[in-house]
Write a protein that binds this ligand. Structure first.
Ligand SMILES: Nc1ncnc2c1ncn2[C@@H]1O[C@H](COP(=O)(O)OP(=O)(O)OP(=O)(O)O)[C@@H](O)[C@H]1O
Ligand SMILES: [Mg+2]
Length: 358
């Protein structure tokens, strides 16, 4: 899979960009604040409809403008044209000229995995970060998962709104409770069956990256043990006191242990970073194994963070992606670019919201 074309209008510091890319390795070079990361953000948006920087869409509109446009062509067996327009008043997403009404119809058109320094939050951040990681991976590989997740989120929102009211409508609460349990059980089943398949891949990536011999253990810790419907019933009193839904897969955890200890609390900064990269490498390998084609890799400035050992653990993933006719987009400074790949690199210069071949 690769992105053959990228078009931007009023996106971040780009007034207008029309670029074409072949499969393979693309390096975005440039000084600070020129628009390198903005390019990766736009490409990631085409894959996931979200910014990997955790900002809202309004922040991506070029200052002083009303809306942004990001368009691209994703090439795998077929060519798919993705167009995304966003303004405060209007949102439009289309595929091959047809408007997309259900997001689940969009899933899998273009798959990307991003590596950035924020990834360390996967290890040291709150559980919501790890749930989002699992949810994205399942959405990227399992048809129907995103639709279930959306049903669960809608039921949860509706329930929580009811619980906030002074007098709760018991019948409505029960009806949303049924939907919550139905979709929640599906989410838990999917997460439960993912972990045993994912853990060995994370372990393999981690062994390549870690500098000392460390024992990594990954486990799924569902917030509900046993029957979800029953657990929800039992939590009624707490729910009324706290005015929110207190049990369910929105409280699940992905536990990460290094040498038997929770990584968030006991691992060193370097160990946390290594584990975060291993999780992302596993995301890419898992997608390739599931769907049969490698995702596009977006790598933002992380080469400088890797010492020689970890760098040599990371390079085979890039080489595999390259060999499988997929694509790697990497932002770098002149000092840090991967000279190991020098023969195969496409070099681009990014300057003041413009892009040209270097
Ligand atoms: N909504 C926006 N409208 C206009 N400009 C923006 C907007 N959002 C960010 N910018 C500007 O885009 C510029 C480039 O940002 P970007 O993060 O892509 O830089 P970079 O090339 O990755 O730099 P670094 O090497 O420091 O990471 C910054 O100067 C920033 O102020
Ligand atoms: Mg940057």
């Amino acid at each position: 899979m690769h992105l053959s074309q990228l078009r931007l209008r009023d996106f971040r510091n780009y007034a207008r960009l029309d670029a074409e890319f072949g499969p393979g390795f693309h390096l975005f070079l440039g000084r600070n604040a020129q628009g390198k990361t903005n390019l990766l953000e736009a490409i990631y948006l085409l894959a996931t409809l979200r910014s990997f920087r955790g900002v809202t869409s309004s922040q991506m509109i070029r200052h002083g403008q009303k809306g942004y446009f990001v368009g691209g062509e994703a090439v795998s067996v077929t060519h798919r044209e993705i167009k995304l327009y966003w303004s405060a008043r209007e949102r439009k997403l289309s595929l091959d000229g047809q408007p997309i009404r259900r997001l689940s119809d969009f899933v899998g058109v273009f798959r990307a995995v991003v590596f950035c320094s924020e990834d360390v939050q996967l290890v040291k951040g709150p559980g919501s970060r790890r749930r989002r990681f699992l949810d994205l991976l399942l959405a990227q590989t399992q048809p129907g998962y995103l639709a279930t997740l959306q049903r669960y989120a809608a039921a949860l929102r509706a329930r929580n709104a009811l619980l906030k009211q002074r007098t709760t409508d018991g019948a409505a609460l029960e009806s949303f409770g049924h939907e919550l349990v139905r979709s929640g059980e599906e989410l838990m089943r999917s997460r439960l069956s993912l972990i045993p398949r994912l853990a060995p891949i994370v372990g393999g990536a981690h062994r390549k990256m870690a500098s000392t011999k460390e024992e990594l253990a990954i486990s799924y810790q569902p917030a509900v043990e046993g029957d979800f419907g029953l657990a929800l019933k039992r939590s009624e009193a707490r729910e009324r006191a706290l005015r929110t839904t207190v049990v369910g897969p929105h409280r699940d955890e992905l536990q990460l242990l290094i040498d038997g200890q929770p990584a968030a609390h006991f691992a060193s900064e370097g160990q946390k970073r290594t584990l975060a990269i291993a999780l992302k490498m596993a995301q890419a390998d898992f997608i390739t194994a599931c769907v049969g084609s490698a995702p596009v890799l977006l790598i933002d400035d992380i080469m400088g963070e890797l010492d020689l050992h970890r760098r040599s653990g990371f390079m085979p993933l890039l080489q595999r992606t390259h060999a499988s006719q997929s694509q790697v987009f990497m932002t770098c400074t002149e000092e840090n670019w991967p000279s190991e790949m020098s023969r195969e690199l496409n070099r681009w210069q990014v300057e003041g919201g413009g892009l040209r071949r270097a």
